[in-house]
Design a protein around this ligand. Structure first.
Ligand SMILES: [Zn+2]
Length: 452
């Protein structure tokens, strides 16, 4: 286990070093690894181009069938879709603390889901920035995003799980999915048929903020087990109250995940698959109402009209979520993009399952009220001595007590206001199993602690 972990860390260091060298001189860093991953596969696997073409044909056929299905309805959407999004957070204790501990992470999770629901439904107040020529193309998906309350094993959950990476762990680098495997230090996905899995980690690659694979695209890449989305912890949530901690400049409105969610539902970058800077016009994103575009944009040029490949009315749609202009510039999906996404969640689509198991959104009946409102995390556990007890919500917390197997109270801390993080030193206790009792006005939450 130790060897595996060490090999894994060493490999990360080497991979990170290799990419750091490759990135020197690249002024326009890749914000999202989607294009690189595809192009690397196209370049290195001779059988891949034909399979990729078939994949695109399959997506297009699905979209055409969906358009036919909905052509006669007044509103070109399915019924409201509610998507369960589970956040798997893998960070060092220092990074977790920088986000405000468990409480801060839950606040960011809620703000992040608010951002998704806002932007997927065209509820964003800044949609007024949209160029006039594109207003008739503004797409609204009727899709909502929420935390699940039932784990794959049927037990209750607040929908976020947090794992502490070893102190000094530098993060993950590019083109790795090792945060998705618990045996090498990550967190395993929850059944991807029922849950949309998002990993929040330190990406630790210059400029890179995330990547995402749909189920069918992950299969095409030969990594079906890695479907889902990865984002950097410094773009997670929205920079507004009650969020704490830092954000990458220009990526503080939750729109990195909006962009990656687009990829998850089989949207491509608005300029197609070419590398940023290649400047070719022969490539497209496969969506009819997004203007053909030469390249990815980094600068928000509102209200100027940038010339696109074919000088179509309105120029380039640099305010589209699938461009690279950043959170303060992007304000829209098009109707065509929305149709393409909805086709993925309709019956027979690759993400159909995400709307078929509404029970995962409901709490199991046996779960106490206090567990429904308060996450209690203990880091690290097992421990050699020090533990951090972190609450998503410390309202009504009265005391935290460590109890031994004889039922005796060994240590106790009385709650202090709404403080949501507490530290215990257990190094003077005998090795073994202890119980943590967190007494609230509304009830008691217990957790097992292993001292080794
Ligand atoms: Zn992207």
């Amino acid at each position: 286990m130790l060897t595996t972990q060490l090999d894994f860390l060493m490999k990360k260091v080497l991979v990170a070093a290799a990419f750091a060298v490759a990135a020197i001189g690249n002024v326009n860093a890749q914000k999202c690894a989607h294009t690189d991953i595809l192009n690397s596969k196209l370049a290195n696997d001779p059988t891949f181009p034909a399979k990729y073409e078939q994949f695109q044909n399959d997506v297009n056929s699905r979209v055409t069938a969906y358009e036919k299905l909905t052509a006669n309805t007044a509103q070109k959407t399915t019924a409201t879709a509610t998507i369960p999004v589970v956040f798997h957070v893998v960070l060092t204790q220092a990074e977790i603390t920088s986000l405000g501990g468990t409480e801060g992470i839950y606040k960011r999770a809620i703000l992040q889901l608010d951002a998704l629901t806002r932007d997927f439904n065209g509820l964003n107040a800044d949609s007024t920035k949209m160029h006039a020529a594109f207003k008739s193309k503004f797409g609204k998906a009727n899709m909502y995003f929420t935390l699940p309350h039932r784990k794959p094993d049927g037990t209750g959950t607040l929908g976020v799980e947090i794992k502490v990476a070893p102190a000094g762990f530098a993060g993950y680098g590019k083109q790795t999915d090792s945060m998705k495997e618990s045996v090498i230090g990550g967190l395993d996905p929850w059944d991807p048929e029922k849950y949309l899995n998002v990993w929040v980690v330190n990406v630790n690659y210059p400029g890179l903020m995330g990547w995402g694979y749909s189920p069918d695209y992950a299969s095409l890449l030969g990594i079906p087990q890695f479907q889902g989305i990865v984002i950097d912890y410094q773009v997670f949530g929205q920079k507004k109250a009650p969020s704490v901690g830092g954000y990458i400049p220009g990526a503080d409105s939750g729109r990195t995940l909006v962009h990656e969610m687009g990829h998850f539902f089989n949207l491509w970058h608005i300029w197609g698959n070419t590398e940023v800077g290649s400047g070719v016009c022969t490539d497209d994103d496969g969506v009819s109402d997004t203007p053909q575009q030469e390249d990815g944009n980094y600068q928000c040029v509102f209200p100027n009209v940038r010339t696109n490949c074919h000088s179509q009315s309105g120029g380039e749609m640099y305010m589209n979520y699938m461009d690279y202009t950043g959170d303060h510039c992007t304000v829209m999906f098009t109707k065509g993009q929305v149709t393409r996404m909805l086709a993925q969640i309709t019956p027979g689509g690759p993400s159909d399952g995400l709307t078929k198991y509404p029970e995962v959104l409901q709490w199991p009946t046996a779960v106490a009220d206090i567990e429904r409102t308060t996450a209690v995390d203990v880091f690290p556990n097992p421990t050699n001595g020090m533990i951090n007890v972190s609450f998503s919500n410390a309202n009504g917390l009265q005391a935290i007590t460590i109890i031994n197997i004889m039922g005796q109270s060994i240590k106790q801390i009385n709650a202090s206001g709404n403080q949501s993080d507490y530290n215990f030193d257990l190094s003077d206790l005998a090795k073994g199993v202890y119980t943590l009792h967190c007494r609230f006005e509304e009830g008691t939450v217990t957790r097992k602690i292993v001292l080794q």
